[in-house]
Ligand binder design. Sequence first.
Ligand code: HPA
Length: 274
Amino acid sequence: MGEIIDKCVEAIRAAHSGAIPRVAIQLGSGLNAIADALSDTTILSYADIPGFPQPSVEGHAGRLLIGTFQGEPVLCLQGRVHYYEGQGLEPVRIFVRVLKALGVEILTLTNAAGSLVEDMGPGSLMAITDHINSSGANPLIGANDETFGPRFPDMSNAYDPALRVLLHEAAEEAGTKLHEGVYLMASGPNFETPAEIRAFRALGADAVGMSTVPECIVANHCGLRVAGISTITNLAAGMSNVPLTHDETMREGAMATGRLIGILAGFLKRVNAL
Ligand code: HPA
């Protein structure tokens, strides 16, 4: 794996000779507009980075962008490999460890999620406080690579509390409401059943989705600090009469993008001042 990571880093550095931003933002479903808001951008297709994970799902372009976002340096990842695509979680290990090897310090994970909370409806934004891994998978299973981190990593503060404070400050400055809650990952690809949603609520979940948790685990293992925001695209199964579709997810994700951009701009400004 080390060799793949070295090759990826080499390809990225060959395309971008400037400094690597401290902050990376992973753009979830429907959040492509953020990539369009970058300037002075180096753009690499994932396909042009040998060994870098290639996503297949619709709506994920698969591009790594290094540029400035309202004047603040940032590395954006447009498109991720999901567990349900069937490639296992090796792609997530590579994806996150390449960022670490590049010198990124903070990984900001965004996603589209269903809400388990009535008054956190479609279009809401939620800072992730913690997660429940209900996917049945773990990206760290297998031989541990000590060069990245310990066999048994601590996950007590998996979503960095200090970064969450900065997210809230940025939201307040932007005049945007930012909820907080626990994100539960189900493997997908089907949306959940109403009975599963009731069970997940009893477990303490506030939002449900099919990503983010593996990235967060690999990031914590290798010492990257993590911030997470869910864009709520729908009330979870059984909570409304609207059938759950990928199209709805994309549409609602796009509608909240403007407000998320506002939060991320303020967040970057604060993080880069640290
Ligand atoms: N469930 C799982 N993943 C999702 C959902 C959902 O309701 N909405 C967006 N991604």
